[in-house]
Design a protein around this ligand. Structure first.
Ligand code: OTU
Length: 611
């Protein structure tokens, strides 16, 4: 297709044509095929495609030289992020550093932990008023003025890169705020922009979809449609009423989102957390999640990124059942996201703690296929959202079982200090609070809570993926009930795990007698061990071995690694012969051991790590 290639090359200086030609040749088949499936039947498709590539070429032309150097380096080493030395960290800008400049001031903290990847929760200008923690974006071109400017963002991305840390930012694919210029224009009668959204003139049409749709916020935002006077119809709003779902059946919308992505990539963002990827395509009679077209959209976006900014990674945020997750890495010959949240692994870790039975984790490991090359799970313990137990239904077998697990965490008599969410089987609370630290009253309870905190982190570090810490968990930060005093947030219990960074706890991190110091030391030790174990890189074999004691998770990785995790409060005497080794091992309540299967001894810390 010489004209398409020509459209791409038009804005590029001659010396960049060879590179662009090579990448186009490699990715154009998938790009054109996916876009053909989605939009090929619409009039003017060929002209639209030419304009898409012309726009992509203009964004390539604007890509700064240091980022182009990064593109080249990563094209030469496409699995760079699968390395066992990668470590992620996720934080809100205001809570972590006050603003973007303040986040730069936290780089030493991140480096001390060994972080190489920083996910900052939404920092673009959000909707005025309630904005779902920034997940209602009013502009793709402006930083929230309370957090800084585009120049600050570029400076931070640069500074992080200089420190060996890749910046990850959210790109909220499913919706924009109701005061985004697209929504304002649509409300003002712009027919082109009206088509960026799903607007159903009749309530019965909305009702027909509702019959098979789920609900994300059933209490705070019931239903999936919001009547809008100016639009003269029911606007699709899967999440809050002020978050308007985008219409990906419209090629103009696809092109606008792709341009927003590549524009932000040119500011220095290296990884995009693609929020709500499961919801991108609507189909009557379904739950409108994980539809085949959602994958075609993501594959087309990936092809564009591979052409225009191949150093950039895409991360799928699809909080869905285990069997739906692998599809977000793409199909043979058509890669999709580089990274995908392994949300059921996270959920299963907490479920296993609740039941003192590793069964849920084993089931998830069994249901997780090997990673395709150049892809990795994003493994984690906690994040800014709730733990939704229902996504574990296939592994748990019944909702009743999951309700029992939810009840254990949410205000039960046991150690966790979790809080329910939206009336469903879901839990909020900091990792420390769910591990028992907020309620611990004796030294023994504190010790056990710390072990549980490290146990779930050990799982995220060993499973095979890019492990991501959630801000504050390295210091065992507690629940924060401050949100209850703010009417804009009081209804959303997820704020309980969104506390401001606790500098006083951070100051205690080297005090071995303090709780923050013990959590920090334990975590830094595990991270240090992991860094030296190539078996723990993403992509090497991962197998949960059978174990006699149901509380034991035996995770074999690569050629030599074996992680043993005791999910119970019992002391276990393990015969290593059951895992093909020799010798015996005692595991105290909620303890873990990392073994080398060549020697059947514990993986030793280097001097650096024991210092
Ligand atoms: C994502 O969340 C974000 O992580 C949330 O913070 C936002 O509120 C939401 O999108 C809207 O932008 O289903 O896959 O159950 O886990 O809303 C998208 C609550 C999502 C979250 C869920 C999630």
């Amino acid at each position: 297709m010489p004209t398409l290639l020509q459209s791409l090359l038009d804005a590029l200086p001659a010396e960049r044509h060879d590179d662009a030609r090579r990448r186009f040749a490699r990715h154009q088949a998938v790009l054109c095929d996916r876009l053909g499936w989605l939009y090929g039947h619409l009039p003017g498709h060929a002209a639209w495609l030419e304009e898409l590539l012309a726009g992509t070429g203009r964004l390539m032309a604007a890509r700064p030289a240091p980022l182009r150097a990064l593109d080249a380096a990563r094209e030469a080493d496409p699995a760079w992020f699968c390395d066992q030395r990668m470590l992620g960290y996720s934080a809100y800008v205001d809570r972590f550093g006050g603003d973007l400049r303040g986040v730069a001031g936290r780089i030493p903290h991140l480096r001390e932990l060994g972080v190489t990847y920083l996910h900052l929760l939404p920092f673009l200008r959000p909707r005025a008023g309630e904005n779902d923690g920034g997940f209602a974006v009013a502009s793709f071109d402006e930083v929230d003025p309370r957090l800084g400017s585009m120049a600050d963002l570029e400076a931070l991305a640069d500074g992080l890169r200089g420190a060996g840390i890749s910046l990850c930012a959210d790109l909220i694919l499913n919706h924009v705020a109701d005061d985004h210029p697209w929504a304002r224009g649509a409300r003002a009668g712009d027919a082109r922009l009206r088509d960026f959204f799903h607007v159903l003139p009749q309530q019965e049409q909305a009702a027909a979809y509702e019959r098979t749709l789920g609900q994300v916020f059933p209490q705070a935002a019931p239903g999936n449609f919001t009547y809008d006077q100016a639009m003269g119809g029911w606007v699709w709003t899967t999440f809050y009423p002020f978050q308007w779902d985008l219409n990906y059946a419209n090629p103009a919308l696809f092109a606008a989102v792709a341009a927003a992505l590549l524009g932000l990539a040119n500011r220095g963002i290296e990884v995009f957390r693609l929020d709500s990827t499961a919801f991108l395509w609507k189909r009557l009679g379904t739950d409108c999640m994980n539809q085949p077209e959602a994958h075609l959209i993501l594959q087309a976006l990936r092809a564009l990124v591979d052409i225009a900014a191949p150093g950039v990674l895409l991360k799928a945020e699809a909080i869905v059942a285990t069997r739906e997750l692998p599809a977000y890495f793409g199909a043979a010959g058509a890669p999709e996201c580089h990274l995908a949240y392994h949300s059921t692994l996270m959920t299963a870790g907490w479920a296993a703690l609740a039941e003192q039975d590793a069964g849920p984790v084993r089931a998830v490991a069994d249901a997780t296929p090997p990673l395709p090359p150049g892809a990795s799970w994003l493994t984690y313990v906690r994040c800014h959202d709730d733990i939704g137990w229902k996504h574990l239904l296939a592994e748990a077998g019944s909702m009743a079982r999951l309700e029992r697990i939810a009840a254990f965490y949410n205000g039960g008599a046991g150690y966790p200090a979790g809080i329910g969410f939206q009336g469903g089987a879901a839990t909020n609370g900091s990792a420390a609070a769910l591990s028992g630290l907020d309620k611990a009253a004796t030294p023994e309870e504190t010790e056990h809570a710390l072990r549980r905190l490290l146990l779930v982190h050990g799982l995220a570090l060993c499973f095979g993926g890019l492990p991501m810490l959630y801000m504050g968990d390295e210091l065992a930060m507690a629940n924060d009930h401050g949100y209850l005093a703010d009417p804009a947030r009081a209804h959303d219990t997820r704020w309980v795990q969104r506390a401001p960074f606790d500098a006083a706890r951070a100051a205690l991190r080297h005090d071995p007698d303090s709780v923050p110091g013990r959590a920090w030391a334990g975590l830094v030790r595990l991270v240090g061990l992991r860094r030296r174990l190539p078996d723990l890189a993403a992509g090497t074999r991962c197998e949960a071995l059978a174990a006699h004691d149901p509380a034991v998770l035996a995770l074999a990785r690569g050629a030599r690694f074996l992680g043993l995790f005791n999910f119970s409060g019992r002391t276990l005497a393990l015969d290593l012969a059951e895992f093909g080794g020799h010798g015996a091992l005692a595991l105290g309540p909620w303890e873990q051991a990392w073994l080398d299967r060549a020697t059947w001894l514990a993986v030793a810390a280097s001097d650096e790590e024991t210092r």
